[in-house]
Design a protein around this ligand. Structure first.
Ligand SMILES: NC(=O)c1ccc[n+]([C@@H]2O[C@H](COP(=O)([O-])OP(=O)(O)OC[C@H]3O[C@@H](n4cnc5c(N)ncnc54)[C@H](O)[C@@H]3O)[C@@H](O)[C@H]2O)c1
Ligand SMILES: [Zn+2]
Length: 348
């Protein structure tokens, strides 16, 4: 893979060296309104940022759209960007997805560097080459696969991030632990998410991102093993869409909730150890609470799962586990089994 992931210890010098490997005539930084205020001040004092042009788009996923994309293209054009300019995406997954797409399309593609500022973007969105925007009411409808040259991870940015967004990103870390090693999973389910120790988290983020890197490297275009990263997401996406019509929840919460029925199915169908499922479920219940679904919601949830774009031939596709790190992609379940898993989610 072309992308280089740097676990930061000294942001300024790492940025200088990354920039020296991305030869450029002009430098741009993309922020959203929040990261402009909370994260840009960290970079602003760096000598290498002296002549950078800042482009700012409105914050949150509802603005991951064509309007914001046009703002970025326009900002690049008005700032005199050429084919040899470089852009730094400084923000959460919304900024790295949209900025990556803007950079990949401007003048047929300029170099970009991701500096993710949310936990979700650090362990997930900023690595792996998926870029894009929402369109026509559908998430990530238009985009391209294209790697940033560098991803620089610095958990110092998390100091200003709210607890909910920390939990949201942490759910993807839990997922990475479940699909990798016992040691990693063990540390994750023993971590005090209420009072996260940023030093420890920095190291855990480094380990976590390597899990994603390793899997994406083997299957950049999601033909096989990359589906491991969908663990928790079949139920998770259904929960997310269900909640969207009632009281929206952050993506990572939906994933954490999705892990519960999917681990239940893993116990029932692929031999995942009950005790490890229990421990993971207890951790999720403690820090994420639950979602108030009733059996009257089952049909709607199953219908939503049928619409998942990852399905083929109308069959709901699950990623399950035979144990920690023992990944079983392309699993199926009967409607009866799905309902049982939902019963477990409610009553477990
Ligand atoms: N490309 C991929 O592989 C991939 C994977 C997962 C998610 N995503 C995408 O990522 C997006 C979600 O990412 P996200 O959760 O980071 O959302 P986000 O970028 O919308 O950030 C969430 C909120 O936190 C704010 N914020 C960012 N950094 C902050 C900081 N340091 N301190 C305080 N506030 C800060 C943002 O302004 C925003 O309001 C979605 O668009 C999703 O589709 C992409
Ligand atoms: Zn996810």
């Amino acid at each position: 893979m072309e992308q280089r992931v740097i676990i930061s210890t000294q942001l300024e010098s790492e940025l200088v060296s990354a920039l020296s490997e991305c030869e450029h005539d002009k430098l741009f930084v993309l922020t959203d309104t929040t990261t402009l205020e909370l994260c840009m001040p960290v970079l602003q004092n760096f000598y290498c940022m002296k002549e950078a042009h800042i482009i700012t788009i409105p914050a949150t996923d509802s603005h991951k759209d064509i309007e914001s994309l046009m703002m970025v293209w326009k900002g690049l054009q008005e700032g005199g960007a050429s084919r040899h300019s470089c852009m730094i995406n400084l923000g959460g997954g919304m900024v790295t997805d949209l900025g990556g797409f803007a950079a990949s399309t401007f003048k047929r593609g300029i170099n970009f560097i991701n500096i993710p500022t949310t936990l979700l973007a650090m362990v997930d969105a900023s690595v792996g080459g998926k870029t894009g925007i929402n369109f026509g009411g559908l998430k990530n409808e238009v985009g391209v696969f294209n790697d940033s040259k560098f991803v620089i991870l610095d958990t110092e940015f998390l100091k200003t991030l709210d607890a909910e967004n920390i939990c949201s990103g942490y759910a993807e870390m839990l997922k990475h632990g479940l699909i990798s090693t016992e040691a990693m999973w063990e540390e994750l389910v023993s971590f005090d998410l209420d009072k996260p120790d940023l030093k420890q988290l920095q190291r855990m983020v480094g380990d976590s991102v390597k899990v994603k890197e390793r899997i994406v490297e083997q299957d950049p275009h999601e033909q096989g093993i990359r589906k491991a990263l969908n663990l928790g997401h079949t139920f998770g996406h259904a929960f997310e869409s269900w909640a969207l019509k009632r009281k929206p929840i952050l993506h990572g919460y939906a994933v954490a909730f999705g892990l519960i029925p999917e681990l239940y199915l893993s116990v029932a169908k692929t031999g995942f150890p009950t005790e490890k499922m229990r421990q993971t479920v207890n951790f999720i219940k403690e820090f994420y609470g639950t979602l108030d679904i009733t059996c009257d919601d089952y049909d709607e949830l199953i219908e939503l799962m049928h619409h998942d774009k990852k399905n083929q031939n109308g069959i709901i596709n699950f990623t399950m586990l035979g144990g920690i790190g023992d990944i079983r992609i392309n699993q199926t379940a009967t409607t009866e089994e799905i309902k049982e898993a939902l019963d477990f989610f409610r009553e477990g």
